[in-house]
Design a protein around this ligand. Structure first.
Ligand SMILES: [Zn+2]
Ligand SMILES: [Zn+2]
Length: 328
């Protein structure tokens, strides 16, 4: 099969021919139909998030078709079933986190496209227990961004409680999905982009944001919550300053540059800062049930498998709105 393989930090992914992987017990062989490109992939390529055992095939927003192994594992996963493979690829099921509904924090968790070969390839294998059903109303390309941008974004949104005014710092793949969910839930979204990025600000308004501006601007009303999607620690004090008392800043990414020192007064009055790590299978099932009800529509730019490095470059440079999806 054809695959894009990570070998070394700072090097582009290498196009290679590889044998089709063989599923082990409880695993499915999956033909990849589409795979989204995530900012986490940039962090992996850049070495900000470590890949313990390279070489590795990245890609963790997989939509695929079950080729073999499904019937024995679970009902509905027969050959030909369309499924999604998310970032959470395996947990031990026995630690205190797994046993308390927080498998996203399992210290032995294995992640797709980091610890397990992922979806920038024609085929992959995945533990059937971590695969998710893809809503029938979505095309392969349209469904792919839901698998991480949607799922982990949904977890970040949950951390905002019932906040009605929510700021999004960075309006990329996650925010463009969540803006639609928020509008449907009756919440108001305030979109913060790179200063002067009119294209993205227009895109945010198109998706229902009540206000869009630069990341250092003050919103017209104080926010009850803010989610920071951009991996930029200096946004944290800006987001804190935009919050009403009691508000929360949620950092949604796996990596962020250092957060600068800030005066205690902008945290005072029960404001909070927290991160969101990974996802649980419950997050996945809830979000994939919710998406077709809204219905969330994703904007995607598609790339051939061989062009995965261009997709990563375009993501880094902010050259598209919405999400990038590899179609092998
Ligand atoms: Zn991701
Ligand atoms: Zn565990």
């Amino acid at each position: 099969m054809r695959a894009m393989v990570f070998h070394e930090v700072g090097q582009p992914l290498r196009f290679e021919e590889r044998p089709i992987p063989q599923p082990g017990p409880g695993q499915l062989l999956i033909r990849v139909l589409a795979c989204g490109v995530c900012r986490t992939d940039l962090h992996l390529v850049d070495g900000e998030v470590q890949i313990p055992q390279p070489p590795r095939i990245l890609g963790h927003m997989i939509v695929g078709e079950v080729q073999a192994g499904g019937e024995e594992v679970a009902e509905g996963l027969g050959d030909g079933a369309r499924i999604g493979v998310p970032w959470l690829g395996w947990v031990d099921g026995t630690c205190e986190y797994c046993l308390s509904g927080r498998e996203n924090l399992c210290p032995n968790a294995r992640f797709t496209g980091r610890d397990i070969d992922g979806g920038f390839a024609e085929y992959t294998v995945a533990d059937a227990r971590f695969c998710l059903p893809i809503p029938a109303s979505y095309s392969n390309e349209q469904a792919a961004p839901l698998m991480c941008a949607g799922l982990i974004g949904y977890r970040a949104l949950r951390m905002c409680g019932d906040a009605r005014r929510i700021g999004f710092y960075g309006f990329g793949d996650s925010a463009h999905i969540l803006a639609q969910v928020c509008r449907w839930q009756g919440r108001s979204v305030y979109a913060f982009t790179r200063p002067g990025d009119d294209t993205t600000q227009d895109f945010a308004r198109e998706l229902g944001a009540v206000w869009a501006g630069g990341s250092e601007d003050s919103p017209p009303e104080r926010l009850e919550a803010a989610i920071i999607f951009a991996p930029v620690g200096s946004l944290v004090p800006f987001a804190l300053r935009a919050l009403a008392p009691g508000g929360t800043v949620v950092c949604a990414g796996i990596h962020m540059s250092d957060i600068p020192a800030f005066p205690y007064s902008i945290l005072w009055e029960e404001r909070a800062i927290r991160s969101v790590a990974n996802l649980t299978r419950l997050d996945g099932r809830e979000m994939l049930a919710l998406a077709p009800q809204v219905p969330v529509s994703t904007r995607v730019s598609t790339y051939e498998l061989e062009d995965t490095n261009s997709a990563l470059d375009d993501l880094r440079a902010g050259r598209f709105t919405g999400a990038a999806v590899i179609v092998p």
